[in-house]
Write a protein that binds this ligand. Structure first.
Ligand code: PEP
Ligand code: MG
Length: 578
């Protein structure tokens, strides 16, 4: 019998396929005594686990696409080297024999000793290697205990055409699985504007998040349907349901094809007002999708994804290479490169946090705060962005700025990098536009005060909503409060637009609200004239803009910000969209 489960639709579209369940539980490792006559078997069990781990990693490495900016292969190579080192191949066997203990316990004991040594190292690069050791050991432990866990461990064949069900997924895992060809995913946790959800939309993977206790109802190899638009997962559908969804898949494909006629159309409202419509990307490879929809400019390039699934951080040359790929693909179009926004839900790897987890990571050392504290991480990126500016229209965008002090510090660092480049006669554009995100309420309230210090603003509604309404964007228990139409959010957007216009500074919106077809006319009514949306939303957004007459929209939008009744707001938004 089929079963329907309700969650939060993170990414539209329909996926039909077999389920692959990812387990992330950590089970405690206990010690037990191995009788003397079984010690050889225990050693063999341990050696076999090492061999399987090596084999798994080699398989993943060999199947990793070589042309991807995410350097997965190098990351795997480090782990392979560790699996060949005597600290893991010999020492645990000596422990098994001398203590007559099980392989898991011997490995755990040896891992603790190695980690202790690494922790005492002063060199931050070397001390960070302890995370690699832990990951390698975790892999062997899982094999010893018969568990299957991370995408990197499983490799492409497990994911190709699978639907993944997991407790939660990191952005890093999502990227890997997209490379491996998953059809869709569902997670028990997460919200609609978590970065994993944003990635799913951007990559066009149907996804449901916040599907509570899903793993109690769905088993590996079940056939399920993910319906991202209706926020449901259907488990073991019968034939009529399957036929209905196959038909809907065909209809959606047709609708997408019909939007193709807007690909080359100019972006202009019915009354003749030109609107800027650009695209958000996470990887240089996204430029294929940008080209497909006819995008001519990048309004947000989230560069933090360059840092994921790899170690050490990207070099200046790797940054530059990625930016030049984007510039070349744009053939002269503008690209807004946002400096890295790591922290909160964008850890480099979910299982390998860079720092001890703060109690409120979204309010902690994130984005520009992290960059200013870690110039070694930030400066190579700044240098690369400046160098890229000599090759095309590059704009620099700084995330999560909340006060003047940060702005002054970033400006100072940019000036230092410019001096260094000048000394080496390396070309850059000294006039490269400098912009900041409006995603902390403090900034939205003070756009007028900050305007003299910047060339442009970009509104990040994902964080602006999170911080204005005091709710964690990845916490599905408070997700019901996440409301782009909350009057406080709309008022902050309105005053930001008005203040930027007044100061003659351009202002755009690159948060997910701009990609949501329900809000585009309202935003136009609030005065927004520049949008940056993910590739999948681009043609739909263009269609809406081109079918909109601005006359009469502003008074309706003003009425929306003057009411706090959700019913009245919905009615007004319906009128605006009618
Ligand atoms: C935003 O906060 O709206 C935004 C665009 O940035 P990110 O989603 O990467 O935090
Ligand atoms: Mg943000």
């Amino acid at each position: 019998m089929s079963l329907t489960l309700h969650g939060i639709g993170a990414s539209k579209g329909i996926a039909i396929g077999k389920v692959h369940v990812l387990n992330h539980e950590d089970v405690e490792i206990t010690e037990y005594c191995v009788p003397k006559q079984h010690l050889d078997d225990e050693v063999t069990r341990f050696r076999n686990a090492l061999a399987i781990a090596q084999e798994q990693l080699r398989r993943v490495r060999d199947k990793t696409p070589k042309n991807k900016s995410v350097d997965i292969a190098a990351f795997i190579e480090v782990h392979l080297m560790m699996l060949d080192d005597s600290m893991l191949t010999i020492a645990p066997i000596e422990l098994i024999r001398t203590h007559q203990c099980n392989a898991e316990w011997a490995l755990k004991t040896q891992c603790s000793s190695i980690v202790q040594v690494f922790e005492q190292m002063d060199d931050p690069y070397l001390s960070a290697r302890k995370n690699d050791i832990e990951q390698v050991v975790a892999r062997v432990q899982r094999i010893l205990r018969g568990f299957i866990q991370s995408p990197a461990e499983m490799g492409e064949e497990y994911f190709n055409h699978a639907i993944v069900l997991a407790e939660d997924l990191s952005p890093a895992d999502t990227v890997l699985m997209q490379h491996y060809g998953i059809l869709g995913f569902a997670t028990e946790y997460g919200g609609a504007t978590s970065h994993t959800a944003i990635l799913a939309r951007s990559l066009g993977i149907p996804a449901i998040v916040g599907l509570r206790r899903a793993r109690s109802y769905i088993r590996p190899d079940d056939i399920i349907i993910i319906d991202g638009s209706q926020h449901v997962v259907i488990v073991e559908p019968n034939e009529p349901i399957l036929n209905y969804y196959r038909q809907r898949q065909r209809d959606e494909k047709r609708q997408r094809a019909a939007l193709g006629k807007f690909r080359t159309a100019p972006v202009v409202t019915r009354d003749g007002t030109p609107i800027t419509l650009q695209v958000n990307i996470e990887f240089p490879e996204d430029m294929d999708a940008v080209k497909r929809v006819g995008g001519e400019g990048i309004g947000l390039y989230r560069t933090e994804f360059l840092f994921m699934n790899r170690d050490p951080p990207p070099t200046e040359e790797e940054h530059l290479d990625a930016y030049l790929q984007v510039l070349r693909a744009l053939k002269g179009g503008p690209v807004t490169i946002r400096t890295l926004d790591l922290g909160a839900d964008k850890q480099i790897d979910s299982k390998r946090p860079e720092k001890p987890v703060a109690s409120n990571p979204a309010l902690g050392l994130r984005a520009i705060r992290l960059c200013l504290k870690e110039p070694k991480l930030f400066k190579p990126q700044l240098r690369a962005i400046l160098r890229a500016s000599a090759h095309g229209q590059v704009r620099l965008l700084i995330p999560m700025v909340s006060g003047l002090q940060e702005l002054v510090q970033v400006r100072k660092m940019v000036a230092e990098v410019q001096t260094e480049l000048n000394q080496k006669a390396i070309p850059f554009n000294p006039q490269m536009p400098f912009g900041i995100m409006v995603e902390v309420p403090a900034m939205a309230i003070c756009v007028d005060l900050f305007a003299p210090y910047v060339d442009f603003f970009s509104i990040g509604t994902n964080d602006l909503i999170q911080y204005t309404l005091a709710l964690d964007r990845i916490d599905n228990t408070v997700n019901y409060l996440y409301d782009p139409l909350h009057p406080a959010v709309l008022r902050l957007i309105k005053i930001s637009i008005e203040a930027a216009n007044h100061a003659n500074k351009s202002i755009s919106m690159c948060g997910e609200m701009a990609s949501d077809s329900r809000y585009i006319r309202l935003l136009l009514g609030l005065g927004l004239r520049s949008f940056s949306v993910h590739p999948e939303a681009f043609l739909e957004a263009k269609k809406i803009i081109n079918n909109t007459d601005l006359t009469g929209l502003a008074p309706l939008a003003t009425q929306v910000v003057k009411t706090c009744s959700p019913g009245e707001i919905s009615r007004l938004v319906e009128t605006i969209n009618a």
